[in-house]
Design a protein around this ligand. Sequence first.
Ligand SMILES: [Fe+2]
Ligand SMILES: [Fe+2]
Length: 299
Amino acid sequence: MAFDIERFVDLSKAVETSDLDWDYIQRVGLTKVEARILRYMADVESHTIIYLRDILSGHTAGDPEITQFMACWVYEETHHGRALDRFLTACGYPPESGRYTKVLTNMGWQEHLEAFLTTSLPKLTPHFAATHMSWGAVDEMMAASAYTQLAYYTKNEELSKLLLRMAKDERRHQSFYYHQAEKRLAHPLAQAICATAMRVFWNPVGVGVGEENTLGMIGALLYDDERGREELERMDRLMAKLPGLGWFRRASVEVGKAVEQFRATEPEAARAIDSSKGDSARLRAERSLRPEFVMTSAN
Ligand SMILES: [Fe+2]
Ligand SMILES: [Fe+2]
């Protein structure tokens, strides 16, 4: 089914936070691990505008469907960042002043190289757009998945509610990128550029923006068990259905590597995460029966 851009624009809005029980949120709070993960996610969300700058270079800026989507997309992501910042602040973890600029100046060389390539190469060929769209599809897929997984694990019911709302937005974003990728990968040159970029440059969303090792920590909490590994494989399978990406297994591989590195460099934190998993087993058993906590391959 084609992506309905009119409907997407009509439904676009800031994620709702005014109806959350902020007294409960303050009372129940966050674990240190959750706070670190949410900081990483908030930083990624708040810097979406930087990706917008890169994506709008070249031929994509001339496509009204893409520009309409992007205008709403960056608005929604900015509000995700604000919602997470508000949540963290209520729980005693406010962002330090100047956080936005600090994250930007700390971006690694790989981020800068990617930004250079994404703003230069699209000027040479319209077929580069397929790479942007495939990249966006997997990043949105992983964001939706991470929010759903964290919603499943946290004891804070209001956090769970907020994360599921954001996961719904991420799935709408995923759907746009995926349909665009599918369409644009029909051309062999688009496939060749995309396959190279995804093999050589792609990393899970947030690497280079968030704090070192936090991706590994997210992986250890959310993906280092049967449910988590199935989740990663599901995303890989969905990406592998795109033309020219039949080989794609990078979500499982890269998250696996990050978890290994996290376990090696922060063994105590890793042990604390493993032992915390037994704590809320009953809550998770109840949640596993509810459809909003189950990820599907639908796109
Ligand atoms: Fe988001
Ligand atoms: Fe998104």
